[in-house]
Write a new protein. Structure first.
Length: 340
């Protein structure tokens, strides 16, 4: 591949500065048109190169991703993608406070149901990890969406557009141990007071299964909601273990289930009935049998290390990005040139 030739000594890179991508792109194209008018046309490849150089450090991830994509996008397409990434940065900038849960009566006087229905359908499959919990919430108000719900959908779409090149990274592991994270957000729904649970399951450090759902019944305590979440996660772990056995891939160690609620951990490890657990459905107690039979190991994990939080709660931006990295979700590495 031929690298773009260095600019003449009297030229310098045009920085974006504090201007928007639209204004920066307009200035950039004006300069390129002026150069063409005096007999020094700039080809599409050089345009893309110097345009990315001038975007600045806040677009570093975007610029790195665009440089490894093959074939390289046309400059017009690159400008459109940069505008989308700017919207993504604006949607998450300053979101250090968790967002409140939705209700069916928020801003009832102003609704946009038709647009919102299409928006939800367009990202119901693509709302992985970063938007999974939010997609879960807005999907519950399709029958009568309000303006707040529509704004949330636009925020999700901005995030999806800004991370369109992100993917899951898989690496070889000599010991494919099954590890699961389970979490619940007690009484998250303000109308039904039902909890939301989520889990993420790893095989040898690689994320292979994840989910975020509202629990079918009301939990009387955070311990109960966490225990129900553990039972659902354990069921998924059992299914993964059976699948591995059919594939003749036997993990060297028993699966481990991590939870950040000590009371729920105690219930899973204590085979003796407790008066505080009498109201919990019997089918959720099968996690006890898995633990007592040695088929599953439950362990406490601090909240700051609970990766399943990304599926159940609105997290501060630094913690969200940290958990997303731990889930091995991100732009393709440089060595994967054109690898998708």
């Amino acid at each position: 591949m031929l690298l773009p030739s260095p600019p003449p000594p009297f030229f310098t890179c045009l920085p974006k500065g504090n201007s928007s991508v639209v204004d920066y792109g307009r200035k950039f194209k004006t300069i390129c048109d002026q150069l063409s008018a005096i007999g020094h046309p700039v080809d599409d490849m050089d345009k893309s190169h110097w345009f990315l150089c001038g975007l600045g450090p806040s677009f570093e991830t975007f610029s790195t991703t665009q440089r490894v994509v093959k074939p390289s996008p046309a400059f017009r397409d690159l400008l459109s993608q940069a505008e989308g990434h700017e919207l993504f940065l604006q949607s998450i900038h300053g979101s250090s406070a968790p967002q409140a849960a939705f209700t069916a009566t928020q801003n009832r006087s102003r609704t946009q149901p038709s647009n919102r229905g299409r928006g939800r359908g367009s990202n119901s499959r693509g709302g992985f990890s970063g938007g999974r919990g939010r997609v879960n919430q807005v999907s519950q108000f399709l029958h009568a969406p309000t303006v707040d719900h529509f704004q949330a959908v636009k925020r999700i779409l901005r995030y999806v557009k800004g991370t369109i090149s992100f993917g899951l990274m898989f690496t070889h592991s000599p010991s494919p141990t099954v590890l699961g994270y389970s979490d619940a957000d007690w009484a998250r729904c303000l109308e039904t007071r039902r909890s939301t649970y989520g889990y993420s399951i790893f095989l040898g450090g690689n994320l292979i299964s994840w989910s975020a759902k509202k629990q079918p019944t009301v939990s009387r305590s955070s311990c109960e909601s966490e225990y129900r979440a553990m039972a659902n996660t354990a069921a998924e772990i059992v299914w993964v273990t059976h699948l591995l056995r059919e594939l003749h891939v036997l993990p060297p160690d028993r699966p481990t289930l991590l939870c950040d609620n000590r009371s729920a951990i105690f219930l899973s490890q204590n085979p003796v009935s407790h008066k505080r657990a009498k109201h919990i459905d019997i089918d959720y107690h099968f996690v006890r049998e898995l633990v007592s039979s040695g088929k599953l190991y439950t362990r406490f994990v601090p909240t700051k290390l609970q990766l399943a939080d990304i599926f159940t709660k609105s997290l501060p931006r630094p913690l969200f990005e940290h958990f997303r990295t731990k889930l091995r979700v991100g732009p393709p590495p440089i060595r994967l040139k054109g690898g998708y």
